[in-house]
Unconditional design. Sequence first.
Length: 113
Amino acid sequence: MAIAPNAVVTFERVDGYRIIRSFGFAYGHASRPRNVLRATFRSIGAFIGLAPIEYLTEAERARSESLNSLLRKAEDLGANGILGLQFQASEAADGSTRVLAFGEAVLLEPPPL
């Protein structure tokens, strides 16, 4: 059973849908290693006033990977929706970026046609 994009929300419910079953919290995580060469160019770019595009790209990749991991785990449980979606990001001592995506995996009943 696939999870529809409109069934992944930061809210506690999805308008028009009824919660049939809760599978509890599910999570997905991703880690992007630090790239010393990119970090050097990012520092130089910040010094001369350029936007840190590479950092945003790595953070976006980690966010996307963690969300995809969460969705796969929720589908494996039998869920077709995620409620209360949240992200938590941190930087490890080695400079790598870590992102955790989590929320409540639920089985939703679609509205009647």
